[in-house]
Unconditional design. Structure first.
Length: 301
């Protein structure tokens, strides 16, 4: 009986040894077949891209400035606003002219541009294309869709924006700031009000069977056009005359990022208004005329 017990113990001991050896063999095999958890973590850290540094947005709350702010808010791209108060002439300062030689805002500086080096971009259409390409958002990669977006982006920067801007000038700025007599500006008022009306008609027809302007999705084309419809009353227009445009306008306006862009712009304008209230009427008129006349002169120096 004692021999039997001893034999069973010996067999049990041999099995335990074999199991331990097998476990050690598996452990060694696993360590050879792949990196340890810490090594994997280090490898991932080496290949991951550095976090995007904030894009410098040189901005004032105008139609062109707002379209870039909308993109940043919609896409989640980190940004820092650098106000360019066009009523004070900030756009003519040498530091700004280095990044925007046409003395127009908006402009951006991306501290992590191509090759990881900073790049500045001016002209709102070019900025939207750059950001859309870099971050892969709101700018389709498929060539046919991207071309369609480009068409309507250029329609805005080459048509709606300049014509609406002229309507704003003759219908508002020329009278309210420059104090021009109506007989001197009546032709300009009529000319540009009618042209904006024509452009509204083009957009209204485009939107009759579409929720968005191009590529059947929300893109930088919508972001570029929408801010220029916001002041439709100053342009002498009535959205009720353009039902498809009006419905599209409401859809874009309802977006959270678009609403937030308005809040940011109003806060900046309010701060500027408080500062401007301290100026006399004569000083306001002097500044207005100076800004109107000096653009070309400053560029020639």
């Amino acid at each position: 009986m004692a021999k039997s017990v001893t034999g069973n113990r010996a067999k049990s001991t041999k099995k335990a040894v074999r199991s331990k050896r097998a476990a050690l063999s598996v452990s060694k095999s696993a360590s050879k077949s792949g990196p340890k958890p810490k090594a994997i973590a280090k490898s991932a850290a080496k290949t991951s891209k550095p976090a995007q540094k904030p894009v410098e947005l040189h901005y004032w709350p105008t139609g062109n400035g707002r379209k870039i702010l909308i993109f940043c808010l919609e896409s989640g791209v980190p940004y820092e606003i650098h106000p360019v108060n066009i009523n004070k002439g900030d756009q003519f300062k040498p530091a700004f002219l280095k990044i925007s030689p046409n003395n127009r805002m908006p402009a951006i500086i991306d501290p992590q541009g191509p090759g990881g080096k900073p790049i500045s971009v001016f002209e709102s259409g070019a900025i939207l294309q750059y950001l859309g390409r870099k971050f892969g958002k709101f700018y389709p990669q498929e060539e046919r869709a991207r071309t369609e977006v480009d068409e309507w982006l250029f329609w805005q920067v080459g048509g709606l924006g300049p014509m609406a801007g002229q309507a704003h000038h003759f219908r508002g700025y020329a009278q309210e700031v420059l104090k021009e007599p109506i007989e001197r500006i009546e032709y300009g008022m009529t000319r540009y009000t009618n042209e904006v009306s024509r452009l509204y008609g083009v957009l209204d027809r485009r939107l009759k069977s579409r929720k968005f302007v191009a590529a059947d999705e929300y893109t930088i084309a919508d972001m570029a056009i929408w801010p220029w419809i916001v002041p439709w009353q100053r342009q002498g227009q009535n959205l009720d005359d353009y039902p498809s445009l009006k419905a599209w306008f409401a859809r874009i306006e309802a977006r959270a990022a678009v609403q937030k862009s308005g809040d940011i712009g109003r806060a900046i304008m309010e701060a500027a208004r408080v500062e401007e209230e301290r100026l006399s009427e004569a000083e306001k008129l002097r500044r207005g005329k100076q800004l109107f006349m000096q653009g070309g002169k400053r560029q020639s120096k």
